[in-house]
Design a protein around this ligand. Structure first.
Ligand SMILES: [Zn+2]
Length: 422
């Protein structure tokens, strides 16, 4: 059985670039030259002057991504994006250098919550086929280990080392103009983890200074990604419900946040984890023992449900199985949630066309390959032992049923339990 969602090398490198964003004043391909830095109106004093600071950052940002001038194509610029992958649709300097205008309002962050190995890299790449969406991948890996200490062998999906990729180098440069990388790291240590949750949940009124600083740095990083990509909707796949809760504190005048709860059958997660030979990055080998895998699946989905689903307008739940067996209906439902028409994107997925990964530096795909393609993966149905399946259902069948799964057979992808709140 053909059975994976994973990456395969794109055969469409060299295709035409995207038109510039309709939210941009002009692209670098415009004969009038590259977009001017946006000029903000007189700032309103929101939340103790936070708005003032972000607009000052906007005005002081250097010209994005290299010295591409009037009428100069990315290839003519001779910049690092001039290779074959750079010519893939959407990976042109023009797209990356789009400028936001003040009337655009704040960017939106779509935060994918749930658990790893649920198809989020594929989904993010698919959504980024829309000209207003950029998929940033697992942002929790910034700054460590990607920027600090920095691994020269870790590749961005554009083919360059992440440390030398012009997109991520520009993002880092912009970020470090007003923040220290350690702010992100300190915040992750203190607030992104389970032990930080009680403090977050009991939080009332103005957050304490360290938490406020962390939220500000996350807002700014998302804003920089929006400006650098020229896209107003950023998709992040970091999964952690605690981190999702930190985003809950973001100032909506600076960053709107929505939550997409992506669920995959826990038996597929168990089967996948049981086949991995390497220990997790933090060396906690016991996390891959079946009881802990099941416990992680339960905990991460339960936390996502309880922490992110309260605001029904900002929460959508979909299942991996719906995405790969009914891609059009599922992608269009996500489109309605985001206020975007994704029918063209859905058509491309249905055709099983390669979907390029545009400057994704942290995610689950085969390194060195610049695209993904739809390959439904139901290998666990034949690969996972009956004993493991029975144990999974005994321990977590109650939650699996709640999320739309059946003990014995694959449930209809359009059944009521498979639907999210919208
Ligand atoms: Zn890159």
């Amino acid at each position: 059985m053909e059975s994976r969602i994973d990456a395969s090398h794109s055969g469409d490198a060299g295709g035409p670039g995207r038109p510039s964003s309709p939210f941009s004043n002009r692209s670098v391909d415009d004969p009038r030259g590259p977009p001017a830095p946006p000029v903000s109106p007189a700032p309103s004093n929101l939340r103790g002057g936070r708005r003032i600071e972000v607009e000052r950052v906007t005005q002081e940002l250097p010209s994005p991504i290299g010295p591409v001038g009037a009428g100069e194509s990315p290839e003519e610029s001779g910049g690092p994006l001039a290779g074959p992958l750079a010519a893939a649709p959407g990976v042109t300097t023009a797209t990356l250098a789009g400028a936001r205008t003040p009337e655009d309002g704040p960017p939106t962050l779509l935060y994918i919550v749930g658990h790893h190995k649920s198809g989020s890299t594929f989904l993010g790449a698919v959504l980024a086929e829309d000209p207003e969406i950029y998929f940033a991948g697992e942002l929790y890996r910034f700054p460590r280990p990607i920027w600090v200490p920095g691994d020269p062998h870790r590749l961005c999906s554009c083919g360059a080392s992440v440390l030398s990729c012009p997109f991520w180098s520009g993002v880092r440069s912009d970020f470090e103009q007003h923040h220290r990388l350690e702010e992100l790291r300190d915040g992750q240590r203190r607030f992104d983890r389970l032990r930080g949750l009680p403090g977050l949940l009991l939080q009332e009124g103005s957050p304490p200074a360290p938490l406020a600083r962390y939220v500000r740095s996350m807002e700014d990083l998302a804003g920089i990604l929006a400006r650098r990509s020229g896209r107003r909707l950023i998709v992040e796949a970091s999964f952690s419900a605690a981190r999702a809760r930190v985003y809950h504190l973001a100032d909506p005048a600076r960053l709107r946040v929505k939550y997409l709860h992506l669920v995959r059958d826990g038996r597929a997660f168990l089967w996948s984890e049981m086949r991995v030979k390497e220990p997790p990055e933090d060396g906690s080998w016991w996390l891959r023992l079946p009881p802990f895998v099941v416990a992680r699946w339960v905990a991460m989905n339960l936390l996502a449900l309880t922490l992110c689903s309260l605001d029904r307008e900002r929460y959508l739940r979909i299942r991996y199985e719906e995405l790969v067996t009914s891609p059009r209906a599922t992608i269009e439902r996500i489109g309605r949630f985001l206020g975007r028409d994704l029918s063209q994107v859905a058509a491309k997925v249905e055709e099983r066309a390669p979907i390029p990964l545009r400057h994704v530096a942290a995610g689950n795909w085969r390194r060195g390959e610049g695209s993904v393609v739809l390959r439904p993966d139901f290998g666990w149905e034949t690969g996972l032992s009956a004993r493991s399946r029975a144990l999974f259902w005994l321990a977590s069948g109650w939650l699996a049923t709640l999320l739309g799964y059946s003990r014995r057979r694959r449930r209809s992808t359009t059944g009521p339990a498979a639907r999210g709140p919208r």
